[in-house]
Design a protein. Sequence first.
Length: 240
Amino acid sequence: MQILTFKTTEEIGAAAGKLFVETVQNNPKAVLGLATGATPVPTYEYMAKEYENGNVSFKDVTTFNLDEYCDLPKEHKNSFYSFMVDNLFSKIDVKDENINFLDGNVEDPDAESKRYADAIINAGGIDIQFLGVGRNGHIAFNEPADEFTDEAFKVKLTDSTIEANSIYFDDIPMPRYAMTMGIGSIMRAKKIVFVATGSSKAEAVRAMVKGEVTPSCPASILQNHPDCYVLLDEAAAALL
Ligand code: PGA
């Protein structure tokens, strides 16, 4: 892991965004692994600005998002799909048909998992994957568990995750289940850009970087990834 510490979230967004933009400049057909939540917003702002300034085009990229809530219509304002449209897709020239999401409303999660795994393989694998982290060390919605997962699956969200994300739900209760990419799929990405900001992530970052590799801190598996950037602000890096 290459650990870098920054003063502001804007600086982190620029550093992470640059890694994505450079990947697309070098390979206009790059496959991008994307995430939702507060953490990637400055990165997406940087990418949108670079597109607006004519420095990069996303017209031939393919995207795969990490996760999606179950039992929530895709078009609902709190779906991760809507988040991506609002924060990135509506601001760049990515094509709709190249955007991939897990479907949280399927009757057969196992078939959906297989469909997503096949789609990633058919796209040639993920070139660069953005990752945030939960306060409990989760990556995507891989919650602390007894073993590391491989492909996508349907997960029951933990109380910690529900507490952290409930703030975004003002009209309906937050879903209790989600479809998430598995740890194996994440680890097969050629490059990983991990970002954590704020003191609420400090313990998860410490366990991830300094602790043993264990599924009780899913992010700790990143110690085994050959090309993983860890971009932190000082609050998130405080326990290192
Ligand atoms: P956040 O979520 O970016 O909103 O803090 C990160 C996560 O739960 O993975």
